[in-house]
Design a protein around this ligand. Structure first.
Ligand code: SAM
Length: 222
């Protein structure tokens, strides 16, 4: 059952992103320039050491990788990876890019200091959120961290309405949704929230997760 849900997600995602790859940066450009870049900068301030960028896409995070880090980027869509390769070349950034499903990461346990996953868990149905977090945890060092940036359904009526209106487009074009609610699965995946920060009328959440118990959780909203 689990294998067939993973296979379906892989098939739908690959089809959607191979199709949208040539237009992805153009279609997402208005969001990228008006707010996503700013939030990527905030997220990557917390990134250190060996980094795995899960669902690297066209490589929008590449400009924010710390200069002294060794970075791997993985994605299911070859066409998105091609664009990430071009971006890495243009920026003279050394990043190892590989085709891989996040449910079967080809890395030993406890490999990375930081695992980043930005606007990727929104591609997964509810039943795959916990297994995804468990696989990310597996490759994270015990003292490392998982940095998540993703949409969540806003509690603000205006933002909520805007998200509802855009949901069919997001589903069709990006095989994605706004109501990801990843935080609900953090505890059962054996992870701990170190920091939670919300942006854009609480329609976007940054979570810093630790595989090891922490002394407390910081919550900030913009
Ligand atoms: C909305 S894009 C985000 C790309 C990038 N992380 C960013 O912040 O711009 C989602 C990416 O996640 C990838 N993805 C979705 N499900 C995946 C999976 N199971 N394994 C690997 N990559 C996946 C898609 O192929 C796509 O490139």
């Amino acid at each position: 059952m689990f294998d067939s849900i993973v296979a379906t997600q892989a098939q739908e995602t690959t089809r959607a992103y191979d199709r949208i790859a040539p237009l992805y940066d153009l279609l997402d450009g208005i969001y990228e320039h008006s707010w996503k870049r700013r939030l990527r900068a905030v997220l990557f301030r917390h990134a250190t050491g060996n980094i795995l960028d899960v669902g690297v896409g066209t490589g929008c995070n590449i400009p924010f990788y710390p200069k002294d880090s060794k970075v791997y980027g993985i994605d299911m869509s070859e066409r998105m990876l091609d664009r990430a390769r071009n971006r890495a070349n243009d920026l003279s950034c050394s990043v190892t890019l590989k085709s891989m499903n996040l449910f079967a990461l080809d890395f030993p346990d406890a490999t990375f200091d930081t695992v980043t996953v930005t606007f990727v868990l929104l591609c997964l149905p509810d039943e795959l959120q916990e297994p995804a977090l468990k696989e990310l945890k597996r490759v994270t060092k015990p003292g490392g961290q998982i940095l998540v940036l993703d949409y969540q359904m806003s509690s603000k009526p205006g933002v909520r309405l805007w998200m509802r209106c855009l949901s069919p487009w997001l589903k069709w074009a990006f095989a994605a949704r706004f109501d990801t609610a990843t935080e609900r699965y953090v505890e059962s995946a054996g992870l701990h929230v170190v920091r939670k920060q919300t942006f854009m009328g609480d329609g976007v959440t940054m979570l810093i997760l630790s595989p090891s118990p922490t002394s407390g959780k910081t919550e900030i909203s913009e």
